[in-house]
Design a protein. Structure first.
Ligand SMILES: *Cc1c(COP(=O)(O)O)cnc(C)c1O
Length: 508
């Protein structure tokens, strides 16, 4: 395949239309539509009295007018440019881009779930509340925790929610003035320090050992009465299980702090290990990663937070309670220590339905197997590539994702970015690159449990072939990649320095 790639490099891809077979150029709606044209026939409005007190706009709104087929073609052409989990392997580490069973979609589209409104009388949505109740039950069972807040809209929002519970607990102990520091390892996802800082905590880095995990002695050496919490991801962002986690939790608790676990990587351990057993006080679960609900392109996500008995009294509203009249969302926090609402309404209902459908269709054995298969698939990729690529923490078993660095490319003139761009030409979405920051030129591969062996073999073979070309001195092939994508390399520096955030005819 790659020799074809090289031969084709010499050819020009110029066509009259700018289209290449099914891959079509697509201008913006504003460029193809005309403001004077209307796709529908609307009658002139009858004379009416404006209630806007003279604030109504007087100039034309300038929306592009398009016919229905023009509009449809626009969006269909754009949709063909998407790389998606339904198009191919999506090895984006730290993101768990896994197959979303269609059964979940079917359930979420049942009118009884899809057409209800959060302001409907609660007596009319008992089924939806029962889904929330069952989902809560299984999340608590899988994590062995005391309480769960379903409303956070994403992992990062869950971090905020969990840290707010920690902040409330510290305030209730009268220690707000002294407990100000949140410990975060250097390998953490950027949302961890950002969440802590947003809530007014001071972020202090803890470093990991040469084996890539955080050691209990290193945590012990920085603990004191000023520590509010530690945020630790397990498995961590290098794809490694934090072996000292139970000891670290114990030390932090003894020092009067709280243990926040970033549960975004729960896909590696769900059904196998329970965070409550290793001393977690608060943990968000990315339903959109672990329980298969679709994500990417900005949402929607769902980041429920499970809380320990110490933090449960501070859980946000609404609380889901059983009453004689059925299930109720209790909004009133008078006389409680609840931290209050963190968002309008009750969370992402559609994601709750999908996640519960995923759990129930897998069963306990299926959830455990999904985790084990995810770990197996990552280790398969690791073992198949380890003689060519280099790993920052040596030849160790990984969890659901495998981390390589760029030491093996030294002297080849090919960077991690070049390598990723060449993968695009081969029809793959690249792995996560340059994250975590602790590995030089990081390449973080998460194949997930739903890829077949044949699919993993083809992926490995592609990476090996690209690797051979890189090491054989064919740097040019890489510097020019991608050649077959709708756009080649973008000037990211220019885009960052001079962002054009609003379209206007002059820019076009
Ligand atoms: C994805 C992720 C997050 C953030 O979750 P969002 O749902 O994207 O807000 C936090 N931590 C880790 C380790 C993650 O992988």
């Amino acid at each position: 395949m790659l020799d074809h790639t090289k031969a084709a490099m010499a050819e020009t891809r110029a066509t009259f239309t700018g289209d290449h077979a099914l891959e079509m150029e697509e201008p913006l709606l504003f460029e193809i539509g005309q403001a004077e044209k209307s796709g529908v026939d609307i009658e002139e409005p009858e004379a009416f009295q404006s209630c806007l007190g003279g604030l109504e706009r007087s100039d034309p709104i300038g929306l592009p007018g398009l016919s229905e087929p023009e509009t449809l073609r626009h969006y269909v052409r754009l949709s063909r440019k998407n790389y998606s989990i339904d198009a191919g392997l999506y090895p984006l580490g730290s993101c768990t881009m896994k197959h979303n069973p269609r059964l979940n979609e079917k359930m979420a589209r049942l009118p009884g779930f899809a057409d209800i409104h959060p302001l409907q009388p609660q007596s009319t949505v008992q089924g939806a509340l029962e889904v929330m109740e069952q989902l809560s039950h299984w999340l608590l069972t899988l994590t062995n925790m005391e309480a769960v807040a379903l409303s956070p809209k994403a992992g990062a929002h869950g971090e905020i929610c969990g840290l707010m519970a920690i902040k409330s607990a510290i305030a209730a102990r009268g220690e707000s003035a002294t407990r100000k520091i949140v410990l975060v390892p250097q390998s953490a996802h950027g949302t961890n320090p950002a969440s802590a800082a947003l809530l007014g905590f001071e972020v202090r880095a803890v470093s990991a050992g040469v084996d890539g995990i955080v050691h209990a002695e290193d945590v012990a050496s920085v603990l004191g009465p000023d520590i509010a919490a530690i945020m630790l991801t397990n498995p961590n962002t290098a794809g490694l299980f934090e072996r000292d986690i139970a000891k670290i939790a114990e030390l932090v608790r003894e020092a009067g702090g709280y243990f926040y676990c970033d549960g975004a990587n729960f896909n590696a351990i769900a059904g196998v290990a329970r965070p409550g057993d290793f001393g977690v006080d608060a943990m968000h679960i990315n339903l959109h990663k672990t329980f298969s609900t679709p994500h990417g392109g900005g949402g929607p996500g769902a980041g429920p937070v499970v809380l320990s008995a110490r933090l449960a009294p501070f859980a946000p509203a609404p609380a889901l309670v059983k009453t004689a009249d059925g299930l109720r969302l209790k909004e009133d926090i008078e006389g409680t220590t609840s931290l209050g609402r963190i968002t309008a309404f009750h969370g992402q209902m559609g994601m709750f339905v999908r996640a519960l459908a995923y759990m129930l269709s897998h069963g306990a054995d299926g959830l455990a197997q999904a985790s084990q298969d995810a770990v197996l698939a990552a280790n398969y990729v690791r073992v198949k590539l380890r003689d060519m690529m280099t790993a920052p923490y040596g030849d160790r078993n990984c969890m659901h994702e495998v981390l390589f660095d760029d030491a093996w490319l030294a002297g080849s003139g090919v960077t991690t970015l070049d390598f990723a761009k060449a993968m695009i030409d081969e029809g793959y979405h690249p792995m996560t690159i340059y994250f975590p920051l602790v590995a030089h030129g990081a390449m973080l591969i998460e194949p997930t449990e739903s890829e077949s062996k044949a699919s993993l073999d083809k992926f490995v073979a592609t990476l090996r072939r690209l690797g051979e070309l890189a090491l054989s001195g064919d740097a040019e092939l890489f510097h020019g990649a991608p050649r077959y994508a709708p756009r080649r390399r973008l000037d990211e520096t220019l885009a960052a320095r001079k962002p054009v955030l609003r379209w206007s005819r002059d820019v076009a």
